[in-house]
Design a protein around this ligand. Structure first.
Ligand code: SF4
Ligand code: SF4
Length: 290
């Protein structure tokens, strides 16, 4: 399985703190503008005020709007509005005022996994690990085979129907090379998206969780931060206010190429036994003819 380079280079990443996201979608727009990504259309889904629906070839940052009845005992959202002023929240609705509905907002992105299955299966080298520890797909090398799409445990990478090649977040590789932060983090007005050295972000995230727990938000938890999880930890991790499934995230992601080394070992052993059997049958048949 692929590993993050250990040549001493500093690994960078994203910490997305969904507790302060206001759903403005500035991150989505900044991502599209900087990376010249085609538009997604302006039609609403009919399910929410979201028009982009999910991560995909043309949506490298996606802000999920989760509007649902508020489970008993759960913290009322958005937290940013509660903490600041008595002015009405931009996302409040008559249902919110009655305390029956809640909004969860979360800006999702490629996780830049430590063990990235997309990298493991790419036959052309289009997907590669950068010097920053991020995972990038090169559109001029991708041959459109699509192997990476089912390999991703998060359903992030997607082929663009018009040309077949696969696209996803590059963590603004060109900006990193110029010493700049990714466009989404730069544009986020609430610092819901934070960019920096991964170790530093993990420390900051742990403090934020403690802060929220002390403030009476016991649901706050981190997702994708643990280097011991099924993908070796994510280069893009999140502070969530409910179970991962509520946000459409797999609760226990596992790198889909995990069993490949064992499979090759078994296949090798089977091939050796087969060859041995063939050689033995030749030897026996030769002895029988004498
Ligand atoms: S989230 Fe999917 S596309 Fe992104 S690095 Fe991990 S396996 Fe690759
Ligand atoms: S820019 Fe920041 S606050 Fe606005 S939707 Fe994106 S993550 Fe949320």
């Amino acid at each position: 399985m692929s590993e993050v380079p250990t040549d001493g280079a500093e690994r960078v990443g994203f910490f997305t703190d969904t507790s302060v996201c206001i759903g403005c979608k500035a991150c989505e727009v900044a991502c599209k503008e900087w990376n010249a990504i085609p538009e997604d259309g302006l039609s609403l889904t009919g399910m929410s005020y979201d028009n982009t629906e999910a991560l995909g070839a043309s949506t490298w940052r996606h802000v999920a709007f989760i509007e649902q009845p508020r489970p008993d005992g759960r913290t009322e959202l958005p937290l940013a509005a509660q903490q600041s002023t008595p002015s009405p929240s931009p996302s409040s609705s008559p249902e919110d005022e009655g305390g029956e509905m809640r909004w969860l907002m979360s800006s999702d992105v490629c996780k830049h996994c430590t063990h990235a299955a997309c990298l493991d299966v790419c036959p052309t080298g289009s997907l590669f690990r950068t010097e920053f520890g991020t995972v990038v797909v090169q559109e001029d090398i991708c041959n459109g085979c699509g192997y990476c799409v089912p390999a991703c445990p998060y359903g992030v990478i997607e082929q663009r129907p018009a040309d077949g090649r696969a696209f996803k977040c590059t963590m603004c590789y060109d900006r990193l090379g110029a010493g700049q932060e990714p466009a989404c983090a730069k544009a986020c007005p609430t610092e819901s998206i934070q960019f920096g050295p991964l170790d530093e972000l993990r420390e900051r995230a742990a403090l934020r969780v403690d802060e929220l727990h002390e403030a009476g938000v016991p649901e706050a938890r981190l997702y994708g931060h643990d280097p011991e999880d099924g993908v070796g930890g994510d280069g893009a991790f999140f502070l969530l206010l409910d179970e991962p499934e509520v946000y459409g995230l797999p609760p226990h992601p596992v790198v889909t190429t995990r069993d490949l080394p064992a499979m090759w070992k078994h296949a090798g052993a089977a091939a050796v036994s087969l060859l041995g059997g063939v050689a033995l049958s030749f030897a026996l048949s030769g002895r029988g003819r004498r």
